[in-house]
Design a protein around this ligand. Sequence first.
Ligand SMILES: Cc1ncc(COP(=O)(O)O)c(C=O)c1O
Length: 392
Amino acid sequence: MSGFSARSDFSRTPNPLAEALSRHRARGLPLLDLTESNPTRAGLPAPEEALLAPPGACGYTPEALGLPSARGALAAHLTARGAAVAPEHLVLTASTSEAYGWLFKLLCEPGDNVLVPAPSYPLFEHLARLEGVEVKPYRLPRAHGFGLDVDEVEAARDARTRAVLVVNPGNPTGHYLHEGELAALADACARHGLALVSDEVFSDYAWDAEPARVATVAGRALPALTFALSGLSKVAGLPGLKLGWMHVGGPASLRDEALARLEWLTDTYLPVGTPVQLALPALLTQHVPRFQAAVLERVRGNRRRLFQARPADATWDVVPAHGGWSAVLRIPREPGEEATCLALLDAGVLVQPGFFYDFGGGAFLVLSLLPQPEVFAAAVDVLARVLSPSAG
Ligand SMILES: Cc1ncc(COP(=O)(O)O)c(C=O)c1O
């Protein structure tokens, strides 16, 4: 087709599961949705709306990296959580997704590549492609609990690699980086001149205490240029407010050069709204603790319910994990992911197949742990019945 860029030519053909879902909905059939991960639709605490109309909300003070008051409040919040960060090393963005776009512009020439974990949330390929950047997967071995194996990273790297992306904890695998994994990765990045980009949107949602867990790379003395990304979508359950951030760290000369360049880049767009920046201090102190406590109670409760629904002789397992908003099930290879999702949809339950997340090496289903407890409980009872060997 003439007149359009190749990079905007995304496939719009629905897959068989999406088609079956449209038919299911068109027939008005009931559905228990275990793919629901929109925090504003799960009966979780919302902030007082007055917080979102702070005095001065209609003012305009263009600040490329974000308003100093917002960056200061964010630095205080992150520092209280154990990462000693300075406001001048924080950059506000309109979302974590946008932060990736800026980093790809900052770090890559068209045709360069970044290494991305597999399995992982399918976000990076589109974001990278829109910047003319390629993604090269590195495997998170299941034998290692889907943890990072630096040999896999080294094997995926080539002369055009510019950065390694990690998702900490993994989405949907729920594995946190451990100190040893981070040390090996930061060392490899420093040796090869690569940036380390750590997506920490779920980092506040640890289900248990794990020794040697890395909650964030922000504020650490690492030998490579590092970027720690997060935002209000997951930290506060408010994706609609459009506020994300990144912390820039690593050797001072690299860090300062990155910040100076990012300032130019962000000044070109100035994408972050004034009201949300002014509201940020109050959101962080008044809303975030309440929201996060409710989410943790929800996901822990739903996960417990999932284990209760699993019969002792089940042919499926809940994959061990330590945090986040999802659960991963390992299911028999036959009839496989798509057929199982279609059978579940027939029974009125929607889940995601592992191939959406590039699992490989077996068959998997992914469930959101965010739905209301009644919905979740009813859905996992159906799931256990459909997955039972005698169901067929
Ligand atoms: C791992 C991960 N990173 C980033 C995002 C996107 O966050 P944002 O809404 O801030 O763009 C998501 C969204 O689900 C995610 O799962």
